[in-house]
Every structure is written in structure tokens, then in C-alpha cells.
Write a protein of this length. Structure first.
Length: 401
């Protein structure tokens, strides 16, 4: 689909309904269509793992350690093993509680480890790698729906070679959340609101940034209802016609709300969850921490970071100019904003934006303008090598990603 065709599509219009087919046949056909995207994505991640394994072996380090036994993955495994009960007090007096981590990944790790020979760390990697393939499939599905199959393939490939793609190989929640978010957005784009709401529930049990997905569904539904009511001036028929959409929107926040209520009850305070996040430094400060961080850098580094932020802003502008559908735009922009206005550790912000895969749709379309499969493949190969090298360097470093 050309840029002009994408711009003329309505904000949240579903695709034309295909001829009815058995669910199994539809799934098989969808998988066959996605096979090139999954193959390219798997090759990119395999290259990243190979380069990291070689670098770790050369440094005399255990390759599996940084993937499943450091940083946030340790917190998830501790929850999987013993439930929510661990806190640590830092020298400055701040208390870090495991209640800051959402429960879906630990629950999957525990369930898999109990029915397989895998350790909790191995189960976490199995979830992350499997979810990575499902996420690549969902990314392809969204890209293919909006701009055509070739754009979907390139979009999935770009997501697999972005600078922070090494996190997709770790026992973290990024791939799991992206898979749920991508398929939820695809469900909205194709008019499957109940499915979108159910996936929103699971996303809300995975990461706090599920708020972006919840907002995307709610704002899209609100715009749809207002537009239809303005056209008809009859609320009853509008509500009856959109009952599945309303149900999906009502369903979506239940996972996130359930966990917030769980923490509130456990800690005996209605705002306990937000207090826990604040103790971790993850409270919202409107971007003051980011500005202070940039101001404290040497000027060449500060200029480079400002350039990167400028590129990020330009990608957002391109997404708007591309007239991406409303739910996709709301989701993407909200992910970016949440990632930038928090007071938390700056080094984690690039990976927090990784689920905002629609940012890569304008570059994917631009790559297709090369009009040569060989040139496009060459660009992706260079990016994959750069991503693999950067990932190995980061994983062998001291700080968390």
C-alpha cells in the first residue's frame, strides 16, 4: 500500500472482511504470510546471540548470565520462586520492593519450570524468545495491514535490529508486552474489540506501560462514538451497534487495575503501588530528571543525546504525517511520553520505548523506496551487525540496560 493510500484510510477503519474460512485455515494462512518476517527476525536475533556468545566466551564470562541471571530478570525469578515478599534497603535509605514488578512473567516462569526440566531462568528465556516471535508476527500483521506485506516484513526486521533489540533475548518483559500490544492493536484495526480487551488485560498484568494500550483503545472508542452520535443524533442505536467495542474498552484496564488493587490491599494503602514505584524512582516528574541528566553531561555527549531525542521527535512527526490510524498513534505517542517524563534510571529509557514499534513504520516504508530487494537486505544486514555488536557490548557492561 502506498503512502497516499495509507493517508486516505480512516483512522480506525477495519479491513474489508475476507470470505469466511475455518479458524485453523485462517491461522495457517496468516502464519504462511508471516513466515518471511519471522525468518528475518529470527535470523537477526540469532546473529545477536551468536555475536554475544563469542564476545562473552572471549571475555571468559558465562553467556547465559546476563540473559537470565542479572538485573530485572533476577527479581522476576525471585517472585516466581517465593511470591511477593522481598525488599532491599539501599544505602541512601530508599526501599526497593518486588511489588514494582508485574506478575504475568513470573507466573509463566513458575508454570513452565514446574512442568518442564527448565530452571526459572531457562523458563524466562523460553517465554521471552517465544514471545519475541509472536511479537514479530504481530508487528508484521500491523505493518502489513497498514502498508502492505513487504512493509510488514521490513517493519518486523527493523524491530529485531533496533539498537535495544538485545533486550528481546533476555528474560525481560519487553517481548511479552510487545506481543500482547501488537496483537491488541491489530485486533482493534480489524474490528475485534473483545480480543483487544482480553489482550489488554494480559498486557496490564505484564508492564505498567499497558496504560498506553488502554488509552489507545479508550480514545479510539470515544472518538468513534462521538463521531457516530454527531452523524445520527441518536445515542441508543450508536451504543447498541458498538456494544462489543464498549465491552472491549471496559475489559482492557482490568489486569492493570487488579494488580494496583492487589498492592493496595497488601500494603494497606490505596496509593501503595504508586508509592512503591516512587521508591524505585519511577515516579512521573514531567521530564525534569531527563533535563537534569542532559545538563550534567559533557557538552559533546549532551549534543549527541539531544540529536537522538530530535530524531525520536522526527519519527513521531513522520508517524503523524503518515496518517497512522488513531489507536496506533495514541499507543505510540503515549509509550514515548511515558518513557521520557519518568524520573527513573536514564539508561533504561531506550528499552522502555522498544514496544513503540510503529515508530519504525516510516523508515520501513522508506526502505521499500530503494526498489531493490538486495539493497533493502543489505541495509538490514548492516543494521543487524551493528545491533549485535552494540548488544554484546552492553550486555558485558556493568550497568543494567
Amino acid at each position: 500500500m502506498s503512502d497516499h493510500q495509507l493517508r486516505t484510510r480512516t483512522l480506525a477503519a477495519p479491513a474489508p472482511a475476507p470470505a469466511p474460512r475455518a479458524p485453523g485455515l485462517r491461522a495457517a494462512a496468516a502464519f504462511r504470510a508471516a513466515t518471511p518476517a519471522l525468518a528475518v527476525y529470527a535470523a537477526a536475533r540469532a546473529l545477536g546471540l551468536l555475536v554475544f556468545w563469542a564476545a562473552a566466551s572471549a571475555a571468559g564470562k558465562d553467556p547465559l548470565g546476563p540473559l537470565s541471571g542479572r538485573w530485572d530478570s533476577v527479581w522476576y525469578q525471585r517472585i516466581a520462586e517465593s511470591g511477593y515478599r522481598y525488599t532491599v534497603t539501599l544505602p541512601d535509605g530508599s526501599v526497593h520492593s518486588d511489588l514494582a514488578f508485574f506478575p504475568l512473567l513470573p507466573a509463566l516462569e513458575r508454570g513452565i519450570s514446574e512442568v518442564t526440566p527448565l530452571t526459572l531462568g531457562g523458563a524466562g528465556l523460553l517465554v521471552a524468545w517465544t514471545a519475541g516471535l509472536l511479537a514479530a508476527w504481530g508487528v508484521f500483521a500491523v505493518g502489513s495491514h497498514l502498508c502492505g506485506r513487504r512493509a510488514g516484513v521490513v517493519l518486523a526486521a527493523l524491530w529485531g535490529v533496533c539498537p535495544t533489540a538485545f533486550v528481546q533475548s533476555m528474560a525481560y518483559t519487553e517481548t511479552l508486552f510487545t506481543a500482547l500490544a501488537a496483537w491488541a492493536l491489530y485486533a482493534v484495526l480489524t474490528g475485534r474489540w473483545i480480543v483487544a480487551g482480553a489482550l489488554g488485560v494480559l498486557a496490564g498484568l505484564t508492564r505498567p506501560t499497558a496504560a498506553a494500550l488502554i488509552a489507545a483503545l479508550a480514545i479510539t472508542a470515544a472518538v468513534t462514538l462521538v463521531r457516530e452520535y454527531r452523524d445520527e443524533r441518536r445515542a441508543g442505536p450508536v451504543l447498541r451497534r458498538n456494544v462489543r467495542m464498549i465491552a472491549g474498552v471496559a475489559l482492557a484496564p482490568l489486569g492493570w487495575l487488579a494488580y494496583v488493587v492487589f498492592v493496595a490491599v497488601r500494603e494497606g494503602s490505596p496509593f501503595a503501588y504508586f508509592d512503591v514505584q516512587a521508591q524505585w524512582g519511577n515516579n512521573i516528574d514531567g521530564g525534569r530528571a531527563l533535563a537534569a541528566f542532559i545538563a550534567g553531561l559533557p557538552w559533546p555527549t549532551a549534543l549527541g543525546l539531544c540529536a537522538a531525542l530530535g530524531l525520536l521527535g522526527w519519527l513521531v512527526v513522520l508517524c503523524v504525517r503518515q496518517r497512522q490510524p488513531l489507536p496506533v498513534l495514541v499507543y505510540t505517542i503515549t509509550i514515548v511520553v511515558i518513557s521520557l517524563i519518568g524520573a527513573g534510571y536514564f539508561g533504561s529509557r531506550p528499552r522502555l520505548m522498544m514496544p513503540a514499534f510503529p515508530l519504525l513504520l516510516p523508515p520501513a516504508v522508506a526502505l521499500l523506496r530503494l526498489r531493490s530487494t538486495g539493497r533493502t537486505a543489505a541495509v538490514l544486514a548492516v543494521l543487524a551487525c551493528a545491533s549485535a555488536g552494540y548488544g554484546a557490548w552492553t550486555l558485558l557492561g556493568a550497568g543494567p540496560p
